[in-house]
Design a protein around this ligand. Structure first.
Ligand code: DGY
Length: 327
């Protein structure tokens, strides 16, 4: 029987599938991230590890896992927590769980746009604090959504999903930046590929959907925040370090943009000083894909990736092929 470790509890349906296909496995019994020492200890001698985006998988962890380890199956679409090259050099496959979380993550980005535009959190707080004294023509004025311009930074699967929903549902005009063009998106929504400056200057809403690489570190920074409209709303559901949070705090404090919605943070789970004191931001604890259905489906894919690799097949969602091939 293969020796498998799961670094934290994931939905039961996925664990049931793992047991059905591959037999018994060991799982971290506590619903918390393993410490570095625990991770190094627990991966020892495994054939496969199902890990999370909160586990840093580098050369040291891969060495600790040892020569028999064939796969680290990441329970996430993002894999910036893993050193792909180090894994490739050691012949370890790295997989992810794309596709099944597109809708949930896109829906969360849209939720943050709406909630910020219509000041839902401030409204709720006012009611709970019993500060509502009656209807007022100037009370909690927000921003219109229908027919406005949406700038998508990174028009991959999730960015495209957000753009289509907002174009078809709310008649939004779509601008996007991307390394490649997205013909489907252009055809279906009339979206236009533009440079970052144009996107920032012309968009009413800006939603970030890029992977995190050194090249996308602080892609949203002081300079492009300064290009944005005073009425603009920025949303990030991708990875925290894509947005310079210090620059964002300054922009929001000075009300240089209208508001922001963040589901991800630079130093997760910590927040940069000042963020939580702002009234014009909505903060969510990295829950973009957090629906029961989506998280179960992510688990099923993560397990299937392990099943494939341990039965000698190339897994469908292999992300470090180029480094494996370079061995
Ligand atoms: C991912 O999968 O990368 C998300 O950030 C968490 O679901």
């Amino acid at each position: 029987m293969p020796n498998i470790y799961v670094t934290r509890k994931i939905p039961q349906g996925a664990l049931d599938l793992l047991k059905e296909k591959l037999g018994e496995f060991e799982i971290n019994p506590d619903d918390r991230v393993l410490t570095r020492e625990e991770l190094l200890e627990k991966v020892k001698g495994r054939d496969a590890v199902l890990c999370l985006l909160t586990d840093k998988i580098d050369g040291e962890v891969l060495d600790a896992a040892g020569k028999n380890c064939k796969i680290f199956s990441n329970y996430a679409v993002g894999f910036n927590n893993i050193d792909l090259k180090a894994a490739g050099e050691r012949g370890v496959m790295i997989t992810n769980t794309p596709g099944v979380l597109d809708d949930a993550t896109a829906d969360m980005a849209i939720t943050l746009m709406f909630a910020m535009a219509r000041r839902v959190v401030e409204s709720d707080t006012m009611m709970r604090q019993e500060k509502f004294t009656g209807w007022g023509p100037m009370l909690l004025l927000g921003q219109d959504i229908t027919g406005k311009t949406l700038g998508i930074v990174g028009a991959g699967r999730i960015g495209e999903n957000v753009a289509k929903k907002m174009a078809h549902g709310f008649g939004m005009k779509i601008l996007y930046t991307d390394l490649k063009g997205n013909e489907t998106l252009e055809k279906e929504t009339g979206a236009k590929k533009v440079d970052m400056e144009t996107l920032c200057r012309e968009s009413d809403f800006i939603s970030v959907h890029v992977n995190y690489y050194p090249e996308t570190h602080h892609l949203i920074n002081e300079k492009n925040l300064s290009w944005m409209k005073k009425t603009a709303i920025l949303v990030n559901t991708s990875r925290g370090p894509v947005v310079d949070e210090v620059a964002l705090v300054e922009a929001l404090k000075a009300e240089r943009i209208f508001g922001a919605g963040l589901d991800v943070f630079e130093d997760e789970p910590k927040m940069k000083p000042g963020l939580k004191d702002l009234h014009n931001i909505i903060l969510a604890p990295h829950v973009g894909s957090a629906t029961t259905g989506t998280r179960t489906n992510m688990g099923l894919i993560a397990v299937q990736n392990i099943v494939d690799v341990l039965s000698g097949k190339e897994p469908q969602y292999l992300v470090n092929k180029e480094f494996l091939n370079a061995r």
